[in-house]
Design a protein around this ligand. Structure first.
Ligand SMILES: Nc1nc2c(ncn2[C@@H]2O[C@H](COP(=O)(O)OP(=O)(O)OP(=O)(O)O)[C@@H](O)[C@H]2O)c(=O)[nH]1
Ligand SMILES: [Mg+2]
Length: 270
């Protein structure tokens, strides 16, 4: 069903509509194995009770060494183009990508940062407030994988602990044969687990896994945004109502405090 909450601009294109929870790349390095939305999120979406989630932009920051293919990955996803010529990113750039997730409009603001050392101080000023950090490396150059720890550390430093989803992405998958790719992936999966990140291999040149990857990012970020919104709204209940009616673990029907407030409006409360 199309959402009635689309706030701005033309309708979301059909290939940005996410109805079922996208699968991970490999269960060996996966942020969550569920293949459906969290129960509370599904119910909130069905009821169109997702608060301001549809009106906000969730920030995604892409970091990694120069030349690993950050810009190419973002341009493949957002514009469906690939340029074989290298043009270094100077500082930062961003794209806004609109989705519809479980019937609710949802937007990602995807920040492309410079990998060159001389631009790092400009780029790092934009790490703050990230909901998702995507750390990238080149599958054909495992030195760039070694550097991902530092990139991640720098990005995490600007954010509150535990507030970001982390992804580790190997780029240029088209340049590796089956066995070489598998070997690189074993290393990467090991590191992803240490980082508590989800692992993906992609190719901006062929487009392999690019849409699946960003759909996964959007679905996970959306789900967390809705859960946070539900949490925020329920913790905004007046304290005395929360004492009498503890927050329900699952949203079935209007929450308890709605019934209480309706009763109060009708003059039935003490
Ligand atoms: N074969 C192949 N080449 C790629 C792929 N992705 C990027 N490239 C090439 O790798 C080079 C660097 O790509 P960019 O996307 O500009 O790299 P970047 O990480 O944004 O670099 P900085 O902006 O300097 O940090 C370019 O020549 C791209 O054409 C890919 O998936 N396959
Ligand atoms: Mg770039």
């Amino acid at each position: 069903m199309r959402s009635s909450l689309v706030p701005l601009g033309p309708p979301v294109s059909q290939d940005r509509v996410i109805t079922s929870f996208p699968k991970c790349y490999t269960p060996a390095a996966c942020l969550q194995l569920r293949e459906h939305f969290h129960g509370q999120v599904s119910i909130a979406c069905q009821r169109r009770s997702t608060g301001t989630v549809g009106l906000r932009l969730s920030k995604v920051v892409v970091v990694g060494d120069l030349y690993v293919g950050k810009t190419s990955l973002i341009r493949r996803f957002c514009r469906n183009v690939f340029d074989r010529n290298y043009k270094a990113t100077i500082g930062v750039d961003f794209e806004i990508e609109r989705f519809e997730v479980a019937g609710i409009p949802y937007s990602l603001q995807i920040w492309d940062t410079a990998g060159q050392e001389k631009f790092k101080c400009i780029a790092s000023a934009y790490y703050r407030g990230a909901q998702v950090i995507i750390t990238t490396f080149d599958l054909t150059d495992l030195q760039t994988l070694d550097h991902t720890r530092q990139w991640l550390e720098d990005a995490l430093q600007e954010n509150e602990p535990g507030t970001c989803f982390l992804f580790l992405v190997g780029t240029k998958k088209d340049l590796l044969s089956g066995v070489a790719c598998e070997q690189a992936e074993v290393e990467a999966v090991r590191l992803a687990n240490e980082m508590e990140a989800e692992y993906w291999s992609v190719s901006a040149k062929t487009g392999e896994n690019v849409k699946a990857f960003f759909s996964r990012v959007a679905a996970l970020a959306f789900e967390r945004s809705v859960l946070q919104d539900l949490e925020r709204r329920s913790s905004a209940w007046p304290q005395e109502w929360r004492d009498i009616h503890p927050r329900p673990r699952t949203v079935r029907g209007p929450p308890a405090w709605v019934a209480v407030s309706r009763a109060c409006i009708r003059g039935l409360c003490p």
